[in-house]
Each structure stands twice: as structure tokens, then as C-alpha cells.
Design a protein around this ligand. Sequence first.
Ligand SMILES: [Ca+2]
Length: 89
Amino acid sequence: MDVKQTLEVLEALQKVGELGAKVLADGKISISDIKYLGEIGEVVTALKVGIEGIELVDDEIKDISLIEAKEIVTKVIDIVKAIKDAKNV
Ligand SMILES: [Ca+2]
């Protein structure tokens, strides 16, 4: 098995986090955040992909290999970096 589905769930969380960081970069949700409206489609698509096979994540984690664990840790680090970057836009 691989960790494809797990990575898709993390990808969805990344998209939500990035958009959230941009919208809340100034500490509030206001009319000026309307400029991020176009990104909602991308977030919804990522969520759809992530949620579709979310029940496979348990099985993926159950027989995880060291290489796969490293893939997940790398992805988590990427997510943190992406959200930090989004916050500073
Ligand atoms: Ca805002």
C-alpha cells in the first residue's frame, strides 16, 4: 500500500490553511477578502479529493513504511511553510 490518500487529505488541509491564512492575515474577515473568492473552487476541489477516500487513511497508516512516514513528515513541513508564506502575502 502507499500513502496516496493520506497525502490527499493533507493537501486538502493545506489548501484550507493557505486560504485561511490569507483571509486572516489582517486578523479579520472583511469585504477586502473578496479578492480570495476565486480560490474557493480550488479549496473545494482539494477537499472533495481528500474526503472521497478518507476511510482508506486508517489502512494506509496501519502498514506505513519508514519511507512513507518520511513522505508524510515532509508534506507536513511543506504545509507549515505554505501557510506561513500565505500569511505573509
Ligand atoms: Ca482579512
